[in-house]
Design a binder for this molecule. Structure first.
Ligand code: NAD
Length: 309
């Protein structure tokens, strides 16, 4: 790492991107938070007479994400001014600002093509010395930077934060084949000292360590339930608070993660392992796919295994 991390850019302002930006800001690191430009107006925007090129509309996604995070009760474990250190906006209008930060974190949807395309765009505004990482849950780090320059690949690695970043201390750091080893060491030290994380180094295998084991467990649980007739409530009762795990009941966690993200994560192992027995376990069950089709994605849409009331 050529220079210390003093300023960051987080691309993707969903569940994880907004949480990661908040954590960086809370650690005193000013942070850009960038998302796509919305393609449709909301009812409120239409009522105000806005058009799609109004700045409030173009920057809406990241702005709304930070407003949402600021309202979480009980208050996030952050000093109240954390939001002032985040500049929300859309990626399209603010691409040039990427050259001014020290660390860019990609936190967009779990899809290899989308991530590859985004990194190609970022490279056009990237300068050697800027660290670039992905928060992917398990997509190959090496595959994401195919086609990028050698210099870019040296500065690229996986930094897998867990949900929600403000509570979860674990971070998996995943070097690619060409990542500069000194960058891996220094960024890991930064995550430990500045963000209070516990770093686990992982190899670039499908879903790394935590999601290889975690996804396996969840999919086996779903199959056992179907076979044995266990209910969602019963499984959560034996995996949640009563077991000394206040926030980790199985289906509450799935609703927090997002069912669409979970299916992408399972599909990633399914598509990338050769062993037939393992492939079979990682095949997402129809019930999950059906829920995604219905947009029962969990907390982000208000309905998942539980309904938000
Ligand atoms: P999300 O669906 O909540 O948010 C994704 C955001 O990315 C959306 O706001 C979307 O508009 C934006 N986006 C999509 N394409 C974009 C582009 N080209 N440029 C800019 N923004 C773009 O997803 P999430 O749960 O925050 O997951 C993001 C990443 O973090 C994924 O790779 C996921 O696997 C990983 N992750 C998720 C969790 C979890 O529990 N949800 C945990 C760890 C890691």
């Amino acid at each position: 790492m050529n220079k210390p991390i003093r300023k960051a850019a987080v691309i993707g302002s969903g569940i994880m991107g907004s949480g990661i930006a908040a954590q960086l800001a809370n650690a005193g690191i000013p942070c850009l938070l960038l998302d796509i430009v919305p393609k449709q107006l909301t009812e409120a925007e239409t009522a105000k007479g806005y058009t799609l090129d109004h700045p409030a509309v173009r920057n809406r996604l990241a702005t709304a994400a930070i407003a949402h995070l600021s309202k979480i009760k009980p208050a996030p474990l952050y000093d109240e001014s954390f939001a002032q250190r985040i500049t929300p906006g859309n990626l399209e209008d603010h691409l040039a600002l990427i050259s001014e930060v020290d660390w860019v974190i990609e936190v967009v949807v779990e899809n290899l093509d989308v991530k590859k395309q985004l990194l190609a765009t970022v490279e056009q505004h990237w300068k050697p010395g800027i660290v670039i990482s992905s928060n992917t849950s398990g997509i190959s780090i090496n595959a994401m930077v195919e086609g990028r320059s050698e210099e870019f690949r040296k500065h690229f690695l996986g930094t897998h934060f867990f949900n929600p970043p403000r509570y979860m201390k674990l971070i998996e750091v995943i070097p690619g084949i060409e990542t500069d080893p000194s960058l891996v060491k220094e960024l890991s030290r930064f995550c430990e000292r500045k963000l209070g994380k516990t770093v686990v180094l992982a190899k670039d295998t499908p879903n790394f360590i935590a999601n290889r084991i975690g996804t396996f467990g969840l999919l086996v649980t779903l199959r056992e339930m179907a076979e044995k007739g266990y209910t969602v409530e019963e499984v959560d009762a034996v995996t949640g608070p009563a077991m000394g795990r206040p926030k980790s009941a199985t289906f509450r966690t799935l609703d927090l993660v997002g069912l669409d993200t979970f299916v992408h994560v399972a599909d990633n192992v399914f598509a990338n392992v050769d062993d037939e027995a393992e492939k079979k376990v990682f095949e997402a069950p129809e019930v999950l796919k059906e829920m995604v089709t219905r947009r029962w994605l969990g907390e982000k849409t208000g309905q998942g295994f539980y309904k938000k009331i």
